[in-house]
Design a protein around this ligand. Sequence first.
Ligand code: PLP
Length: 383
Amino acid sequence: MLEQPLHTGVSLPIPVNQPLLDGNEKRYLNQCIETGWISSEGPFVRQFERALAKRTQRQQGIAVSNGSVALEVALAALGIGQGCEVLLPTFTIISCATAVIRAGAIPVVVDADPLTWNMDVTQVEAKITPQTKAIMVVHIYGLPVDLDPILALAQKYGLAVIEDAAEAHGQTYRGRPCGSFGDISTFSFYANKLITTGEGGMLMTDDPHLADRCRALRNLCFQPQQRFIHDDLGWNFRLTNLQAAVGVAQLERWDEFIQRKRRMGALYTELLTGLPGLQLPLAKTDYAENIYWVYGVVLEETVSLTAREVMARLGEAQIGTRPFFWGLHEQPILHDLGLLTEVACPVAEKLARRGFYLPSGLALTEAQIFTVAHTLQTILRQD
Ligand SMILES: *Cc1c(COP(=O)(O)O)cnc(C)c1O
């Protein structure tokens, strides 16, 4: 079902992630070297921006150096800073909180839904205050956030929406692409993302004014007319032509990669269904089918081993895993900053302690999935 990729003959050890780079990546990289276009000025950057904008039904894409800084640029472009509150899930990567805090704004977190692991949208409205300026939604692990209620709240209270689609390339919400919902949406192209450039990111928007702001902010706010006179402070967050060349090659395989992920997820589910004590990812909700960016599992109370212990045993069998996110409201650094000190989010607290994900990279073979599932079964049956 999943063909053996050309470059991996071995089945062990099984890394948590290995990308597939056997399309046109080398060819396009050679073009960069041969033409001398290696900086952000090269043609692949625009090509990559246009191709992803097309895929996500957006007017504009602005490539940046990674998905974390894409969030920083998004907040700056939307004018979110000092004193503003930003609502976001607690169960997410630190990048989301870092961007909010570096902008001078205040993160306000929402607990996760126990089944989809996404922000529990029923808890959002109660957290809105007169200082709330934006909602940062983050699609987690393979299922999108339930966006309709969020978009309705944003409309009702006049809030900006930032959509972090770093884990949702190729995913849709009620048939519309993830990455098309925010005033600004962002992607990451880190090596474990569905489309990778090694390191990289992109902002997507339909608003030409916001797009211009993002382009200026990523490039030190140089001005087109008077290059070295600055009206604002930006960053150098440019993506190189070399990275974009890899991105263009990766995007050519968008549909194939999505199918492959879904088949991998379905196979894990087939092999692990019925194993007592293990919560598996939902195959679908009423608004989306899981794309299994990573295949997460959660140990139920009946299992006496902790996630760490199960991961250690898988590690002894040369199988790589990663723990789930540790909630923002439990981060020592945020407490040191006086943030989120009195917040309880019981679902995220359980996910952090009981959840982890199995090898999920695109280069994973069917035989490796069998090995992982079999090893996990053996560990849990001995428990
Ligand atoms: C990976 C990821 C990021 C950060 O992207 P980088 O390119 O690694 O900086 C941000 N948000 C989410 C949800 C991610 O999964």
